[in-house]
Design a protein around this ligand. Structure first.
Ligand code: SAM
Length: 235
């Protein structure tokens, strides 16, 4: 994967960026996503934020080598803290992390007044999608679009959210499966959840086997005790 040929996962994220957006890509690793979007003239500019020195240097290196420093500002910092009040960010992308980490980044963004509610959120959690949806709903975000893709035998969900004017609520099924994904139910959806069910059956089998082993150990201990006590009583 590079900035010219994105992974299917980031390519799918890119389709949710609107023409002319100014994006803040948080956890921007090599800055592949902003560089790709900039070279396609899909965005007007970007901030590539990274909290770790190594990936930050990689992002800076790519942006400099592509002569994009006046369009993509690479910044070292935690989460949304890299966004300044004067930046006209229209969309925030946070991809390739756990849902809990994404939720915490958004939460700190609200606490510090950086996340204003004007930005569209394009989030791609690797796990913990339900936790993230719960946070979005409880902060008055509406899930306006979702996508489910499969790449290298892994499933990835993309959640697009915008601040809603009214409070929205999600049912337990919508929180787990995704309100949009649930209505579309494409073939990948069935594949993902069938795999999830198989995995749960596998865990049940393991638990049953562990219980059986424990029962056998318990039985053996009771037999040992009985044998010893019989001898003690007859003494
Ligand atoms: N976004 C890219 C993608 O989807 O391919 C990179 C994903 S990479 C697995 C996650 C990146 O997020 C890492 O480079 C990590 O250093 C960065 N990261 C983790 N926590 C962060 C935070 N609080 N603020 C900014 N970046 C963070």
């Amino acid at each position: 994967m590079d900035y010219q040929q994105l992974s299917d996962r980031l390519e799918a994220v890119a389709t949710h960026i609107q023409q002319g957006d100014f994006i803040a890509d948080i956890g921007s690793d090599h800055a592949y996503l902003p560089a790709y979007l900039m070279l396609k003239n899909q965005i007007s500019g970007a901030i590539a934020g990274e909290v770790v020195e190594g990936p930050y240097e990689s992002a800076k290196h790519l942006v400099e080598s592509l002569n994009l420093i006046d369009k993509i500002s690479v910044r070292l910092g935690d989460g949304l803290a890299v966004i300044k009040p004067t930046d006209q960010v229209t969309a925030i992308t946070i991809c390739g992390m756990g849902g809990t980490l994404i939720r915490d980044i958004l939460d700190r963004g609200i606490q510090h007044g950086v996340l204003t509610g004007k930005e569209r959120l394009i989030l791609q959690p690797n796990v913990g999608e339900k936790i993230l949806r719960q946070w979005l709903v409880s902060h008055n975000y509406q899930i306006v679009d979702e996508e489910l893709i499969e790449e290298n035998h892994k499933f990835y969900e993309i959640i697009v959210a915008e601040k809603a004017t009214e409070m929205t609520e999600l049912t337990p099924n919508e929180l787990l499966f995704g309100p949009v994904l649930l209505t579309r139910k494409n073939p990948i959806f069935a594949k993902k959840w069938q795999q999830e069910v198989r995995e749960k059956y596998r865990v049940i089998d393991q638990l049953k086997q562990a219980t059986k082993n424990q029962d056998e150990k318990l039985k053996k201990l009771q037999q040992d005790i009985q044998q010893i006590e019989e001898v003690l009583v007859n003494d």
